[in-house]
Ligand binder design. Structure first.
Ligand SMILES: Nc1ncnc2c1ncn2[C@@H]1O[C@H](COP(=O)(O)OP(=O)(O)OP(=O)(O)O)[C@@H](O)[C@H]1O
Ligand SMILES: [Mg+2]
Length: 341
């Protein structure tokens, strides 16, 4: 199955496009069949790879909206073995209005990707710096979203808005991408970078990628020359960082499947999940997040198998009321049962 990863942050200039282009290139270098989709009307990813498009993302999505059959291969520009690009143009901004008029306006991109699932291992989507219909389509289609945080407080402000959008998506669809935060433009000579890092680590814990992208002029220059940093300066710090990032994300996406558990309930203060996957121990990594007033949720990466579990709601152990699969426990109560395939 193709793994879809979108680059999202409504804050401009935090490194979405630089990351999309170089991560896609690094994935392909590691032998993954990779598609980079430029979903930004500014078409920066397209320009950063020096491509003047003929057919674009907008043309392809138009086919999907009009239910016209298409041959995806006609739309892709092959960059090298294992890497192709679906380029953008300013035409995408007009298409955004068309998308907004559709009944299934959030699923247009998902529908397109279903047609090409067999052709690629990874699809990387570069989003525009807003939370409009294009970005929403990308969020709905993605299993993972990488949120680049340039070293600046404003990029954290973007994250708050993103989180409320994700809660809404989750409310309506019971599904949202797993978010990974990435620190970009790090300059360790400045104390501010370190303070920022500590603050972000505290806030995002395991969701913060351990690779950080350092400031590197070759990243900027490569884009100006229409090349990935690997083609421009393969020995640069930028190339090293993106190579390491690709390794890290690859191993995260190859982990066992993510299982989402939810609990409805107003007025709870703290909810944990305990079970056979964590030796029934209450641990902060297994604390559910409040996604809105009445819903608590957690994504667990679990290997195939069968697991018994319970929630701990403000110190009271309960079974999962939304799961009808349960069995008696040793204490006269019930355990919920989860099958992971
Ligand atoms: N690690 C880095 N070191 C040096 N320059 C960088 C780095 N990351 C990004 N840049 C430069 O910063 C600028 C903004 O980066 P980029 O275009 O990737 O951000 P973006 O989030 O895609 O912006 P937008 O929101 O406008 O799409 C670009 O000129 C890029 O070359
Ligand atoms: Mg960009």
């Amino acid at each position: 199955m193709m793994k879809v990863i979108s680059l999202v942050n409504q804050k401009g200039g935090c490194g979405k496009t630089t990351t999309a282009v170089n991560l896609a290139y690094a994935f392909a270098k590691r032998g993954n069949r990779t598609l980079l989709i430029d979903l930004d009307p500014q078409a920066h990813a397209t320009f950063s790879l020096g491509i003047t498009p003929n057919l674009t993302t907008a043309d392809l999505l138009e086919h999907v909206i009009e239910n016209r059959p298409f041959n995806p291969k006609e739309f892709f520009v092959w960059r090298k073995d294992d890497l192709s690009l679906l380029p953008a143009s300013i035409g995408l901004s007009a298409l955004e209005n068309t998308i907004n008029r559709q009944n299934n306006k959030l699923e247009i991109l998902t529908k397109m990707l279903m047609n090409i699932d067999a052709h690629f291992d990874y699809c990387i989507i570069d989003c525009p710096p807003n939370l409009g219909a294009l970005t929403l389509n990308a969020l709905v289609a993605s299993s993972y979203s990488v949120v680049p945080l340039g070293i600046c407080e404003l990029s954290l402000r973007g994250v708050e808005n993103l989180n409320s959008i994700l809660s809404m998506l989750f409310e309506h669809r019971k599904k949202a991408p797993y978010i990974l935060y990435l620190i970009t433009q790090v300059d360790r000579r400045f104390r501010y970078s370190e303070n920022f890092y500590n603050k972000v680590k505290e806030q995002f814990r395991d969701q913060l990628l351990s690779t950080a992208i350092r400031t590197n002029i070759h990243l900027r220059e490569a884009a100006a020359f229409g090349k990935s940093v690997f083609e421009y300066r393969s020995d640069s710090r930028g190339a090293q960082d993106y190579k390491q990032l690709a390794q890290e994300i690859e191993s995260i996406t190859q982990r066992p499947s993510l299982v989402q558990l939810c609990l409805k309930g107003m007025g709870h203060n703290e909810v944990y999940v305990v079970g056979e996957f964590n030796e029934w121990r209450k641990h902060r990594n297994f604390q559910l997040k409040k996604v809105d007033d009445g819903t608590w949720s957690i994504s667990l990466p679990l290997k195939r198998g069968t697991y018994r579990y319970k929630f701990i709601v403000d110190n009271e152990w309960i079974n999962d009321p939304s799961n009808s699969l349960q069995e008696n426990d040793a204490f006269g109560g019930k355990n919920s049962i989860l099958f992971v395939r």
